[in-house]
Design a protein around this ligand. Structure first.
Ligand code: ZN
Length: 149
């Protein structure tokens, strides 16, 4: 697994009300793990705050992102610098079941699916409702550009 560090959890909305620069000052120096699975909404102002925080933390150690929220993942894929500044261990993505139409945001393990992700192919997941095949409900570029080989 390599560098880990303390885990910091993010929940709720990442928007005008978020002040992540201040968060950066209270996180101890060294490697850090950020868990954003609790985020429900991200807009462009929140994204600026997130970039600010990542720039503060990346100079102190390795940043590992675990369980990245699907709403954050989509935003991160349009910002080029994240491919270099963070390690993503796992992320959520919007999936839909071919058989029953159920929608879900399953967790995708980056280590397990590394080669497929680098080839911009979202892994198929099993539907928890009917055990059918779930596929990514969006363009692969929206989630996987950051892993592109
Ligand atoms: Zn299903």
């Amino acid at each position: 697994m390599g560098p880990a560090g303390p885990v910091i959890y993010f929940v709720g909305r990442l928007d005008e009300a978020a002040n992540l620069g201040d968060v950066g000052t209270v996180i101890p120096p060294g490697h850090v793990v950020l868990d954003t699975s609790g985020l429900t909404f991200v807009n462009s102002v929140g994204m600026r705050e997130w970039i600010r925080l990542i720039r503060i933390l990346r100079d102190r150690g390795v940043i590992t992102l675990v369980r990245v929220a699907d709403v954050l993942m989509a935003h991160m894929n349009v910002v080029r610098e994240f491919a270099q500044s963070v390690r993503i261990a796992s992320f959520h993505a919007a999936y839909v079941c071919n058989a029953c139409g159920a929608e879900a945001t399953p967790l995708i393990d980056v280590m397990q699916h590394g080669p497929a992700l680098a080839a911009m192919q979202a892994p198929r997941m099993q539907c928890t409702e009917c055990r059918g095949v779930m596929e990514l409900a969006d363009f692969p570029e929206r989630y996987l550009t950051i892993f592109k080989a």
